[in-house]
Design a protein around this ligand. Structure first.
Ligand code: 5AD
Ligand code: SF4
Length: 449
């Protein structure tokens, strides 16, 4: 089998779990699609032209499949993920050589679906089963090894922002029980993870079954995870402002291994636009959360998502977004031109903003965000920062890791990058580059881990 992944960290995690499911059913990993007896495309629906990208990839695979069949061999094709969920029927109509189409909620059923496709022809399963898929997964295996690991604890979204497909493709909010999360975290640490990032579309909406019964909040889960020996760093992503409660804000003060970095999408700085988007918070709510986070953890670095050119967005609305950015000061951010997604309310909204206007606004917004990122990185020069090393750099003898603020940091590693792998070391920042920091290792006595 060969699994190709597009999209977010959740999809990367899902692909690893899909690989585990298939491995448990006896499928071996192939080095490339051309050699595989099964190719799975794990798709993403959030970016523009997602379906076109899928069909062009399928066209390429169809040729590989024909070559294999001419050689008397089989190649099965499965389309998984959010495009599969949203456009399952269309996929089978336009690409009848696909064997299985499955949504993000049903990938534990893939081996059974492949067997059924063998007997009955193409199978599609984009149900939202009542039983959470988390209950059906074998123990994590594919993610073994690295010092930086991801762990899905929550899935789905009940927020229904007017521009977004996620509630339709990923379904309702579901939280994994604490016992299962703690067990997987311990297993990951046992296999070398020093940092775990908890994943969920609305990760801070996590309300999971507690070990002794009742429910825990994310803050309580973080506290329990922070007790795992050998776990040096915790992160979580992506959060929604309405679920950023006082307990979670306090966790940033109280849990030393919880890293001072938060990705908290705001989308717009205009209350009028936020209301149209169905975001359930105003700009001032966001600013208040930021103030409280900074009171709890003064060095916390913030990241966000922005959409420009939402239907009806005026020059004044856009100016309010720039104002919010200036007021917060972001360490990094992602920004997008609004683009209509079929089936979402905003796609039918009046006042669609002309493309040229969206382009101009995006350029202005990104210039401001770039400048803030540059300033944030430049302020690190001369400081000592703990870095978790996770790999080797582009140049020989170079090791790369991440700062607490998620900045890539590279150093010359005299004993080779391998010697630093999985270690948290204090380094001195020498220079700030546009997207990374250059640093030097401190003498051994300052070593942390
Ligand atoms: N148009 C533009 N950006 C979008 N996003 C989600 N849907 C759309 C859309 N229709 C952005 C949001 C979200 C991020 C993951 O993608 O900013 O937070
Ligand atoms: Fe989409 Fe809004 Fe849910 Fe985020 S909170 S996944 S933007 S609907």
């Amino acid at each position: 089998m060969h699994v190709l992944t597009w999209g977010c960290q959740m999809n990367v995690y899902d692909s690893e779990r899909l690989t585990d499911v298939l491995a448990a059913a006896g499928w071996a990993t192939a080095g490339s699609a051309a050699e595989a007896d099964l190719v799975v495309l794990n798709t993403c629906h959030i970016r523009e032209r997602a379906a076109e990208k899928l069909f062009s990839e399928l066209g390429r695979l169809r040729k590989l499949k024909a070559v294999r069949e001419a050689e008397g061999e089989r190649m099965r094709l499965a389309v998984a993920g959010c495009v599969a969920q949203a456009e399952g029927k269309e996929i089978l109509a336009r690409a009848p050589y696909v064997d299985v189409v499955l949504g993000p909620q049903t990938y534990h059923r893939l081996p059974a679906m492949l067997a059924r496709a063998e007997r009955e022809g193409a199978v599609i399963d984009t149900e939202f089963p009542a039983e959470p898929k988390f209950d059906f997964l074998p123990e994590t295996r594919a993610a073994a090894g690295g010092p930086v690991a991801f762990l899905a604890i929550q899935e789905g979204c009940d927020k229904f922002c007017s521009f977004c497909v996620v509630p339709y493709t990923r379904g309702a909010e579901q939280s994994r029980p604490a016992v299962a999360v703690l067990a997987e975290a311990r297993a990951l640490v046992g296999r070398g993870a020093r940092e775990i990032t908890l994943l969920g579309q609305n990760v801070n909406a996590w309300r999971g079954e507690a070990p002794e019964g009742g429910l825990w909040s994310l803050a309580q889960l973080l506290r329990a995870l922070s007790q795992i020996p050998g776990l040096g760093r915790l992160r979580y992503t992506t959060s929604h402002p309405v679920d950023m409660d006082e307990g979670l804000i306090a966790a940033h003060r109280e849990i030393p291994v919880l890293m001072p970095f938060l990705h908290l999408p705001v989308q717009s700085g205009s209350d009028r636009v936020l209301k149209q988007m169905g975001r359930r918070h105003r700009a001032t709510d966001y600013l208040r959360i930021v103030r409280r986070l900074r009171a709890a953890r003064p060095d916390i670095a913030l990241s966000s998502d922005f959409i420009v050119g939402y239907p009806g967005e005026s020059d004044a609305d856009f100016a309010a977004t720039l104002g919010l950015i200036r007021e917060v000061g972001f360490a990094q951010a992602f920004s997008f031109k609004y683009s209509p997604r079929p089936g979402t309310p905003a796609a039918r909204a009046p006042g669609q903003v002309p493309e040229a206007e969206k382009k101009a606004r995006l350029a202005a917004l990104q210039a401001l965000l770039r400048e803030q990122q540059r300033r944030f990185n430049a302020a690190m020069v001369g400081r000592w920062l703990p870095v978790l090393f996770a790999g080797s750099g582009r140049q020989p003898g170079q090791a790369v890791g991440r700062s607490p603020y998620l900045q890539p940091v590279h150093v010359a590693a005299p004993a080779g990058p391998q010697a630093l792998l999985g270690r948290i070391r204090e380094v001195r920042i020498l220079a700030a580059l546009p997207n990374s920091l250059a640093a030097t290792l401190e003498p051994e006595e300052h070593t942390r881990a």
